[in-house]
Design a protein around this ligand. Structure first.
Ligand code: NAI
Ligand code: MG
Length: 342
């Protein structure tokens, strides 16, 4: 049995978490869950967005499955997701994207974004500069890039490529304009790439060109490694290539802990309706099972999911169908059962 901290999250979080747990249980995943709160749900029940008990549980289990957490826009408490990544130094955010539902815009897309998770503009070094009578006349955010942080994320991307049978790493940057910060990231990347010469192909691309190339020809990419904000933006774009945020899992990895989550947010526009697509969180749970050396269970779930999509008889609203979250879960479980019988 593996002990795992569970944070169901806000908005659609509890609904997609329930279905994900039902499927994991049906697949026989050997997990003992320790449920804790964070985000708006924690604010409402405990009075703080990231309670000590939640942090203590993750310290203990070192593995968490997390539903989406709502972050108030513009004001209010800072992102709990960012706080968790910083607290546990989860420097690598791995976001695989591959086509599961045939008949979309692109067939057979299969690529991975490795996003630096602790630095860049998202380090949260921000302040106002007052002028005359306006205390908010100007605002400044610092893009923090360190040699240490760049090295470990680029090295992580190469090691990931090697251990996952991937052939190419593309470093995405904006070093033409941001010569110091992005320039440092690119320089370090080129230096690390030399260590992998002959084993993994390396190239680099400017981020705006990358955005276009991803749409024109996503097949030229394999592993993309990039800094925090570009990784955030490109991973939603890449999710779009494979059918949307409903198909996008993510792993936040560091030395001390690993937190698995969907790339999407709490979807307030559909929360409470029971129609959210649980696939992203389920795929995140599969990444978690891989991490726990339970790859066999993960593969069984992925196969049942794939069969469910190929049959096209249980599509949630985001995919043009009318299947509810719970019905979708039942459809996947019925395929698990068939696989067990066969
Ligand atoms: P969002 O990802 O919640 O929603 C964007 C669009 O995608 C909406 O139309 C939504 O209905 C749809 N969508 C998202 N997930 C879906 C699913 N599983 N099934 C069907 N449709 C789905 O992004 P948004 O609206 O920008 O953010 C809402 C809240 O979520 C914000 O408070 C934001 O800070 C938070 N957020 C949290 C994240 C996390 O916990 N890792 C990541 C991204 C956003
Ligand atoms: Mg994002």
């Amino acid at each position: 049995m593996h002990d795992v901290t569970l944070i169901p999250g806000d908005g659609i979080g509890p609904g997609i978490t329930k279905t994900t747990l039902d499927i994991l249980e049906a697949a026989g995943a050997p997990v003992r869950w320790h449920e804790h709160v964070a985000g708006v749900t924690a604010m409402e029940t405990v009075g703080e967005p990231l309670p000590q008990a939640t942090l203590a549980s993750i310290e203990e289990t070192r593995v968490a499955l997390k539903g989406p957490l709502t972050t108030p826009i513009g004001s209010g408490f800072r992102s709990v997701n960012v706080a968790l990544r910083k607290h546990f130094d989860l420097f690598a955010n791995v976001r695989p994207a591959y086509t599961m539902l045939p008949g979309g815009r692109y067939e057979g897309v299969d690529l991975v974004i490795v996003r630096e998770n602790t630095e860049g503009l998202y380090a949260g070094i921000e302040h106002y500069i007052g002028m005359e009578n306006d205390p908010r006349a100007c605002a400044e955010s610092v893009m923090l890039i360190t040699r240490f942080g760049s090295r470990r994320i680029v090295r992580f991307a190469f090691e990931y490529a090697l251990s996952h049978g991937r052939e190419k790493v593309t470093l995405v940057h904006k070093a033409n304009i941001l010569k110091y910060t992005q320039g440092l990231f690119l320089d370090v990347g080129r230096e690390i790439a030399k260590e992998y010469e002959g084993r993994v192909v390396f190239d680099d691309k400017i981020v705006d060109n990358t955005a276009m190339q991803l749409v024109l020809d996503p097949y030229q990419f394999d592993v993309i490694v990039t800094e925090n904000m570009f990784g955030d933006i490109l991973s939603d774009q890449v999710a779009g290539l494979v059918g949307g945020l409903g198909f996008a899992p993510g792993a936040n990895l560091g030395e001390r802990a690993a937190i698995f989550e969907a790339v999407h947010g709490s979807a307030p526009d559909i929360a409470g309706k029971g129609i959210a697509n649980p696939t992203s969180l389920l795929l995140a749970a599969c990444l978690m099972l891989d991490h726990l050396d339970e790859a066999e269970v993960a593969t069984r779930i992925r196969t049942a999911l794939q069969q469910t999509f190929e049959a096209r008889d249980a599509l949630t609203a985001d995919l043009g169908g009318s299947t509810s979250t719970v019905e979708f879960g039942a459809a996947v479980i019925s395929r698990l059962d068939q696989a067990a019988v066969a």
